[in-house]
Design a protein. Structure first.
Length: 462
């Protein structure tokens, strides 16, 4: 069980001689204060959470009107005649903000004023599309992120004293495949006694990653879903497990539902998934009692919109549009991420936080049918699950009627296996598509370390 944030075993930077009662430093006290608020607000009714979101959104709009040139000087970017309050109808009158606009208007989106105690910082997205995006955030946003991360860890029973191994995009200087930190979750300051964090470059070979995990013997593993699938294949083939492992956490890519079962069957531990973005921090976190996701409403106002711009209802899939509610440095009002998600019913766990049942990823990860209709739930693992000779795969939609399947295999496939792939795809996408198999030596990851198992090259209207 994870220690409480004021556990008597924690270190106390301002009063090292005091063990009880605890005396926390400023950072630790701020994190604990915010976290306690999140512990309460998650149980609020949905309508109360919504009211508070629009209270904060109104403040953000007021700040943008006064201090951000892009909004102050561009007609129609903000609701007219609204001061100090905003409702959902006025909110939906705001135009959608695109990534192309953010790239073009980054200088004018930067706030000309911030409160004295709020510091601005610059970061960059990983650039899945090949174009990284500069993001301006504040010290306040960083504090809220830490409190939100603490919620994630406590929801899923993390023990911060456990060792964490991460396999992800490298964030350290080139020249080494492994980066070692004496403690993990350093942003929490000295709030908890913590275990070691060791990170490996996701571009490393899978054999090296397996050796890394066996040598390090972590309690927790963090990686991308596509990389986890390769690791599970390697461990299953060797008939091995990681005896110390308690939980696997995934991020950054679309998670196919079967991967949870495969992780449990192969490594004997549960899988927890999160949905986030550099621009917004945590957008949705897996419920502690179910596989679906809770929107982190205290941090982000999240809309899932149909093609007509109307809010999606439970069971419907649409575009994800977010507003980070505390983004004073660079307000992103109704910012379209480029992802698609399915809205879920209210959760039986009792939390008022809205539900996303499934996250489908980017527009380029969705199939376009000959009719022009999009299909989001194309799960390729169903096609390849029983084909043990297939190491990795990627489906490219070349046109409205043509699919190219790139396959990395450990041996030449038999005709029955090739036919199984073609028939399995046809069962999901329809018989209108011509399927061509292409065998390759490797499928490179994107520059940020991500892998897309489905990529559409079909140009569709925005």
């Amino acid at each position: 069980m994870m220690p409480s944030p004021n556990d008597g075993n924690a270190k106390h930077p301002t009063s090292p001689d005091f063990a009880f009662p605890p005396v926390l430093g400023l950072l630790e006290a701020q994190i604990v204060s915010m976290y306690r608020q999140l512990e309460s607000s998650q149980w609020w009714p949905a309508d109360k959470l919504r009211r508070w979101q629009f209270e904060q959104a109104a403040r953000l709009v007021g700040h943008a009107r006064q201090h951000v040139p892009f909004y102050a000087e561009t007609p129609g970017r903000l609701p007219s005649g609204v001061e100090g309050a905003i409702d959902e109808n006025a909110w939906r009158s705001l135009p959608i903000l695109t990534k192309e606009e953010v790239r073009a208007e980054i200088a004018r989106l930067k706030s000309r004023w911030l409160p004295l105690d709020v510091k601005m910082r610059s970061d960059w997205t990983t650039g899945s599309s090949g174009q990284p995006l500069e993001v301006l955030t504040t010290s306040t946003s960083a504090l809220l992120f830490r409190a939100n991360k603490l919620r994630l860890l406590r929801w899923h029973g993390y023990d911060p004293r456990g060792k964490v191994c991460e396999i992800r995009r490298p964030f350290w200087e080139a020249g080494s495949l492994i980066h070692r930190m004496p403690y993990w979750e350093r942003p929490f300051g000295n709030l908890f006694p913590t275990g070691q964090q060791v990170t490996m470059d996701i571009f490393s070979k899978i054999e090296a990653q397996v050796h890394f995990l066996e040598t390090e013997a972590p309690q927790y593993l963090l990686t991308y879903p596509s990389n986890l699938r390769l690791l599970l294949r390697a461990f299953r083939g060797a008939g091995k497990r990681l005896p110390t492992l308690r939980l696997v956490r995934t991020m950054s890519e679309r998670l196919e539902p079967d991967l949870r079962r495969e992780c449990q069957d192969t490594l004997g531990v549960p899988l927890v998934d999160c949905y986030g973005a550099q621009e917004a921090g945590y957008i949705a976190i897996q419920c502690p009692e179910h596989d679906h996701y809770h929107i982190q409403s205290e941090m982000n106002l999240v809309e899932v919109l149909g093609e007509d711009g109307a809010p999606c209802q439970p069971g419907e899939t649409g575009r994800v549009v977010i507003t980070p509610l505390h983004a004073l440095a660079m307000p992103l009002l109704r910012y379209e991420l480029g992802d698609y998600a399915e809205v879920g019913e209210p959760c039986s766990c009792g939390r008022g936080l809205p539900v996303l049942r499934q996250i489908y990823g980017r527009k380029k990860e969705t199939l376009t049918l000959p009719s022009g209709e999009r299909r989001y739930s194309v799960f390729l693992s169903k096609v390849f699950d029983s084909l043990r000779a297939v190491i990795q795969y990627q489906v490219i939609q070349k046109s409205l009627t043509a699919l190219e399947v790139r396959i990395v295999a450990e041996r030449p496939l038999e005709k029955t296996e090739s036919d199984q792939i073609i028939h399995g795809l046809a069962a999901q996408v329809g018989p209108e598509f011509e399927v061509r198999l292409v065998f390759v030596d490797r499928i490179p990851r994107l520059p940020g370390g991500k892998h897309m198992d489905f990529v559409s090259e079909v140009e569709t209207p925005p």
